[in-house]
Write a protein that binds this ligand. Structure first.
Ligand code: APR
Length: 328
């Protein structure tokens, strides 16, 4: 009989506990909620609470809390939220030095124990953290990915749905680039069940929605004093499920580029197909000149972040052509 899959969640804070709840409710596998020794009781308490919830909702998985890395050995999926979240007024980049140290140590602990895992990084600043995770673990880039695009796209989709007065289920839209102020909403690909949003909403409304999307995380942060967790957790679970069930979902995520879009050896939010092979394919879509310019700006900001984290080496050097060159 096939064994249940093993999901390791590193960080049992706001996002970690919502990840655990969703992974358990969707019966993706047995869940290990890991945190630092000082938070062991919190991790164990949340795990027990969720197991008790399973008796009400009726799902057959185990949820355990731990501070022992060895409990994560052999995990099929690892989702990393370890680190500090933003406080109001902070940018994601302000978290760089403190979260980088945490991610590097997490990566060192994962390297010998979870060599076959699909690793999804959520900690911010996302693009630099996922880069560090790949560098330190040495895992194949197809199996180390960052969650941001689905979240940013969900914000864009919601705002478009509300403005157009349609169900959010019918809106498809993508946000590419880095997970920061330079992210690139691409309304040219946004549709309501195939109808281009440009036929339903005025250009200035779409532009305002794109701007609200860029500010989407800060808007939640300002309201509740810490960063969002329901939508980020749902987005990462969508990626985990796509991998575990070989769903071949085409989703925007921070994927490692080796020449795609003209960028070399760096993570950037792009459309990718996630299935049993991890990031199975990066999909290169045509962008108009202004979208391309914005993507180049965003890639530049990500490269600077990676350089600031002194992991950069040659990160982001374009594949034989200048990265900043907009497509015609
Ligand atoms: N190993 C494991 N867990 C750690 C470590 C570590 N070395 N260092 C910190 N943690 C844990 C904290 O103890 C805390 O329980 O990470 C958890 C983070 O939880 P929250 O503070 O609630 O933060 P959360 O909202 O979940 O966001 C986590 O994701 O979106 C990003 O910007 C956000 O970087 C932040 C991360």
């Amino acid at each position: 009989m096939a064994r249940r899959k093993k999901i390791a969640l590193v960080g049992a804070g706001n996002i970690g506990s919502e990840l655990a709840a969703l992974a358990a409710a969707q019966e993706l596998g047995d869940v290990w909620l890991f945190d630092i020794p000082e938070k062991l009781g919190v991790a164990q308490g949340k795990a027990l609470d969720l197991e008790q919830q399973s008796a009400v909702l009726g799902f057959d998985v185990q949820v355990r809390g731990t501070a022992d890395w060895d409990d994560l050995a052999g995990a099929d999926v690892v989702i990393v939220t370890a680190g500090l979240p933003r406080k109001p007024g902070m940018s994601r980049d302000d978290l760089l030095s403190v979260n980088l140290k945490i991610i590097r140590s997490v990566a060192e602990s994962l390297r010998p124990r979870c060599p076959g895992a699909f690793v999804i990084v959520i900690s911010n600043p996302l693009d630099a953290m996922v880069h560090a995770m790949k560098e330190v673990t040495g895992f194949a880039p197809e199996r180390v990915v960052g969650m941001a695009g689905i979240l940013d796209s969900a914000r864009l989709q919601l705002f478009l749905a509300r403005a157009a007065g349609v169900s959010v289920k019918d809106v498809r839209a993508m946000v590419l680039g880095g997970h920061g102020d330079t992210m690139v909403p691409v309304p040219s690909y946004a549709t309501v069940n195939g109808v281009p949003v440009q036929q339903l909403l005025a250009a200035d409304v779409i532009a305002a929605i794109a701007q609200r999307t860029r500010n989407g995380g800060a808007e939640v942060l300002k309201l509740m004093g810490t960063s969002a967790y329901y939508a980020p957790a749902a987005a990462a679970i969508m990626m985990a499920r796509a991998y575990l069930r070989d769903e071949k979902r085409l989703v925007p995520c921070a994927a490692y580029l080796r020449g795609e879009y003209g960028y070399q050896d760096m993570y950037l939010g792009v459309p990718a197909i996630i299935g049993a092979g991890g990031v199975e394919k990066i999909v290169e879509i045509a962008l108009d000149a202004s979208e391309r310019r914005m993507l180049d700006e965003s890639a530049k900001a990500v490269r600077e972040l990676i350089a600031a984290s002194s992991l950069g080496k040659a990160a982001g050097n374009p594949a034989g052509k200048p990265a900043a060159k907009p497509a015609e």
